[in-house]
Design a protein around this ligand. Sequence first.
Ligand SMILES: Nc1ccc(Br)nc1
Length: 445
Amino acid sequence: RVLSSSSSPTLTQEEADEAVGKGSSLIDVNPPRGTRDFPPDDMRLRNWLFQNFREVSRILSFEEVDFPVLELEALFIRKAGEEITQQLYNFEDKGGRRVVLRPEITPSLARLVIKQGKSVSLPLKWFTIGQCWRYERMTRGRRREHYQWNMDIFGVSKVRGEAELIQAIVLLFERLGINSSDVGIRVSSRKVLQAVLQMYAIPDNLFTQVCVIVDKLGKITREEIEKELLSLGVSIQAVNGIIEVLSLKSLSKLEEVLGSEEEAVSELKKLFSLAESYGYADWICFDASVVRGLAYYTGIVFEAFDREGKLRAICGGGRYDRLLSTFGSEDIPACGFGFGDAVIVELLKDKGLLPDLAHRVDDIVFPLDEVLDGTASRIASSLRKKGRSVDLVEDKRLKWVFKHAERIGASRLILVGNSEWERGAVRVKNLSTREEFEVKIDELV
Ligand SMILES: Nc1ccc(Br)nc1
């Protein structure tokens, strides 16, 4: 059974599934598992969010860059057991190449910086908004794609870099109407964990894997964390020491434990001092448990969270000073963050901050007689050339046109009628004041 054009314009999920089930020739109209369509309402919200991402990037004087969603698999092969690399959306293309739909954007940024080589002057500040993918068994029913805003700075080794990135995040939240009582930003440094591992003489080559494991604190049980660390050969004393230090929420306590000479301590103190100068100190808090789950972070790490604790991290990032050497290149100090398009929308919904983004057009032009369709086209064209958005309607009853005007949020209805046209005029109805007047065509703006 093929649904004729006269059938209802939209199918409910059940109707679509039923039609497919009954052997109709209707294709499966759902997007692939774990992916989303963006019908107009959703697209307006996405564009509004992305416009705010772009505006903040502009304000921080970042340049936009872009990359293919498709990358060589080799760019993401890492041995630290991260979830992100265990869920690669990878496949072999028709040329026998191992490729992926990228799971994140930072490695592409690093690849381009390496490719640009000496032609880029440092520091460079780049941003992009791009779709990222994962291939996860649908048992968990989670999405397989999301869009991420990424901002990254290459060539700044001091914590000024992280301070700039955190300001971008704070500015974004403030633009969306979110304040520091809604959201906080947990800040720590992987150098805290590095110092603890040194205290227990744990070999450096275990650092990355330990980070990936302790990033799961609060997500899996302490016993499971212990088990994974012990399986790496970390002693139970070290495990207890790690968990004890990572439970610290006070920078002065950390200073007591590690000493003020420890780089982790001095960098964090500098960052918190800069936060006062930027004016966003009330947004950030020290939390030693923040390590983030990506293998390549080497220093300061941070993540934004909703203070009600209902949602997953809103965004996160940190310093990655040695990523480029994993690609065989000279290292360049770098830091960045990723900000996804999903959790932020859940937060805005929870806070009643979703904007009203109904469809809006300036004018509807409607010929009252089909002999005036050419005239109506000329009027619509002239208005469009002046930059007005115009919906040119015909073959409809006037009652329908008024309802349509309501639906698409038109400001004016321009009726082209024979009697007015004989006088070289049209009838203009202002749809908010309901005023109606005749306007000479050469005075219509
Ligand atoms: N990395 C990643 C990719 C896609 C989604 Br949805 N979540 C995380």
